[in-house]
Ligand binder design. Structure first.
Ligand SMILES: Nc1cc(-c2cccs2)n[nH]1
Length: 242
């Protein structure tokens, strides 16, 4: 997978070179390009935004600069990339989105200010590539860089050979529609708090049932909305785990 990020804060993307993501680059599972949007300005002030038509607070990012940046970054391949634009006004980014994007050969992230990028940039790009405006949650950041890092990490960890143990991606929270239950490791007792006996019983059928029940209970307590999304037979399956 090829990933490009266009941003006015290229140093903000430094974490991409660290840890799991850094290893994925070293192992050539992904190639990452970070591009400074100001490279496509032509004025002495290197301006990337301007006042909004219709008035209102804040600034809007200029279409000309973004248009030239996307023309260059998104060129050079038979098939265009999927353009991802983080925004609080976007469709929800979920684990399902991450799974879907993990199949993509090329993702380009356009990191704008939260006041927004001139809408014509997305409308023009949509003429020659798939464009998704996505939100990572119902809160407002200052720029799209943190959202891009979040989404890139959740996608790249799903790629073959990136996670040490691919099974853990299969047992993710959300992968079966439920939150993951509690986990424990040594010591058996810590600050007089025990590990649940079933986990040390060696009875794997009982352990699986216990874990399924814990996931169901936690989901019911913390995210009942996820239960509504579960199909009846998934609920039945979870019920049988009690
Ligand atoms: N979910 C979400 C995205 C954002 C921003 C994207 C770009 C600037 S601010 N805030 N919250």
């Amino acid at each position: 997978m090829r990933i490009d990020v266009i941003t006015i804060f290229p140093d903000y993307m430094a974490p991409l070179r660290e840890a799991l993501l850094g290893k994925a680059i070293e192992r050539e599972r992904i190639s990452v390009g970070v591009h400074d949007l100001r490279g496509w300005t032509h004025d002495v002030h290197r301006a990337v935004d301007d006042s909004p038509y219709g008035g209102g607070p804040g600034m809007v990012m200029k279409p000309q600069v973004w248009g030239e940046a996307l023309d260059e970054v998104c060129a050079g391949s038979d098939s265009p990339p999927r353009l991802v634009v983080p925004t609080p006004a976007g469709s929800p980014f979920t684990q399902q989105t991450a799974v879907r994007w993990s199949e993509e050969p090329w993702l380009v992230f356009a990191c704008g200010r939260y006041e927004g990028i001139d809408q014509r940039v997305m409308d023009d790009a949509a003429r020659r590539m798939p464009v998704e405006e996505v939100s990572i949650g119902d809160y407002v950041l200052v720029g799209g860089e943190v959202a891009a890092l979040t989404m890139i990490e959740s996608v790249v960890r799903l790629l073959p050979g990136v996670l040490g143990n691919p099974a853990s991606a299969e047992q993710d929270s959300f992968s079966d529609g439920l939150l993951e239950g509690p986990c424990y490791t040594r010591p058996e007792a810590w600050r007089d708090l025990p590990v649940p006996d079933v986990l040390r019983s060696g009875n794997h059928a009982a352990i699986d049932r216990w874990r399924r029940y814990q996931a169901l209970e936690r989901t019911w307590q913390r995210r009942p909305d996820l239960l509504e999304a579960l199909s009846d037979d998934e609920l039945d399956r979870a019920d049988r785990a009690r």
